[in-house]
Design a protein around this ligand. Sequence first.
Ligand code: ADP
Ligand code: ZN
Length: 757
Amino acid sequence: MASTTLDKPAPGRKPGAAARRRVSVLLPLPFPGPFDYALPDDGRLDDVRPGEVVSVPLGRRTETGVVWDRDGTLPPEFAPPPGRPVADGRLKPVIARAGLPALPAALRRFVDWVAAYTLSPPGLVLAMALRTSQSAQAAPAQGRAQGWAPADPPPAGLRDTPARRRVLDVASRDGPLGGAELARRAGVGAGVVRGLADAGALRPVTLAPAPAFAAPDPGHCPPTLGDHQAQPAQALRDLAAAGGFSVTLLEGVTGSGKTEIYMEAIAACLAKGRQALVLLPEIALSAQWTGRFARRFGAEPALWHSDLGPRLRRVTWRAVADGTARVVVGARSALFLPFAELGLVIVDEEHESAFKQEDGVTYHARDMAVVRARMDNAPAILVSATPSLETLANVGAGRYRHLVLRARHGGAGMPDVRTIDMRAHPPERGLFLSPVLAAALDETMGRGEQAMLFLNRRGYAPLTLCRTCGHRLQCPNCTAWLVEHRARRIVTCHHCGYQDPTPPACPSCKAESSLTPIGPGVERITEEARATFPDARILVMASDTLPGPAATADAVARIARREIDLVIGTQIVAKGWHFPHLTLVGVVDADLGLGGGDLRAAERTVQLLHQVAGRAGRAEAPGTVMLQSYTPEHPVMQALVLGDFENFMRQEAEQRRPGFWPPFGRLAALIVSADTPEAADATARALGEAAPHGDGVQVLGPAPAPLAILRGRHRRRLLLRTRRDIAVQPLVRQWLDRVPPDRGARIDVDIDPISFL
Ligand code: ADP
Ligand code: ZN
């Protein structure tokens, strides 16, 4: 690797006189840590600072990386092992600065922390912070336009005309302006401006680029707060104004004004001159959110998510770095933006599992948002109607503050939630809506009100079965059934995306017209609703029928304009939409989420169905929610009927506490995958034999994953469970060190897993 030219001493320096100045550079690549580089001998980069983005040689390539530093922020058990030192003579020099804003120290510490916590290579975490700026680098430097300001003092003997006077007045009042703009505002021709410039009465100045983001005004349109809102709003304002790290849970039923209130915290943060970050679980929600923000603050927030076009991404990244973007609303990746002066972090719908990123670096954005707030010494606010048990446990332990809004704003009542016992009121054969629910739908739409049917399943039917031979259509790459999408005439795998035209005959026994759909998806419910209510105006909302936030916003607007009588949707309809004319919500299969034995199945079902229920009766008209269930006596159904979330969560806690299940213990999942079952088994067995043990430490497995084959890879799982006071990271790190890497088998680590498939 050593390059002779590099080792040649620079002219004027004595060979071997001093050790070469070196810097650590972290590259956005999966290496275990930063690499050392030399500063060039010509001294041109001697003042390079940590956080600066530089280009460096890597093998024959040139890579962009960040000058890295370490401090004592990481607990020692998290810190990755030090790399081997490189001899001076083998160091390669940094090539140049990359011309990008430097990554602030708080972001660098955050990258280190996320990497250590998730056991990911720090470079891959850095890649999330830099991904956006790679394009920024390729972009042409923003053109700096020329403008004109009045010369001071004005030249002697200037010929005075009314037109010239107006131009000089505008230029001194409105500051430097481009020639065309100056002429337009003064109401004169371009020649007048040119004449003044030639006479030396206007002097040329370089204009700052126009800010892409108007500053939100905290005083633009403050709300009149309700009685129960004033105190929590003041508490949040005080927190944001005081600054400093803290975490607060803002809990309140749907429609209680949580959004309204945390906007007040944003106002206080803005008034203090700091930036705010708001994370939403689903970017489909952003259109409604930004509209609301603009009405409150008189300017749009900056938006951040993975579908942002390259130009907007570039402009936004820089605007966050230079502080011109004051408020960012975004998906979890917004956590990695280079905020110049972050003063508030808000996580809306904090209980949502969508905050967990499952591929690449697996991290939970809610938890990492709290870490980010700590790094920036800023308050964090977690917002939910149905907080996660993790967050409630932190409140219980006194780590988080708690603010509660107990009633809906403006006196709107909570919906009346009932179960429909499907054993007593079964649907007709081949149908899925109980006569009780069908009658209620009929009545609601008859009154001119809107209704909604919720089923968290896309497509027509989740399973297709041959009535002749019993064959089931299965994904060739996964342990999963193919889901029929009748409108698109395909069967598809919801795990790997495999798709096939719906076969006309059974692929196994060749029997014709023998394939039968089993169970409903939203498409099938829509078919049933169309047949039962032929005059109803029906709208289907599912992630595959609404491509992107704009389509979703359009659908929501049509519902608000009352162009729709019946909304049928998957979990996308459960989100924080405000549908004032919707008074009935029917849940087609309330038991759906309870199967599968997932640790959080009950908690998640309550959260999801409570959120769906929250769509009903948000205005004057009271709402009704009907849950179709075969187990109406189940604690989940009872919690929803009684609206007693607190008691339900207490019972959940009591079930998890004895076995040290989260949040009373810690979990790490190891997922082994390989091309052959033998290779997967061999590595899984080796991991099993090398498993850590001890007081408060237990390993479950190896066992075939429920998705035993995914995308053609055979999968095995092991689960490490520890007491809460034992960190899993060092255990996992040492565990992996004991198992030699095996060709063909791959081990993925998921700290704090929430999916067990
Ligand atoms: P949540 O976030 O708890 O579901 P929101 O903040 O969305 O509640 O409020 C629900 C509805 O009530 C929204 O339409 C909101 O504009 C309205 N609302 C809440 N508080 C106020 C208030 N103080 N003044 C005016 N409207 C309010
Ligand atoms: Zn598949």
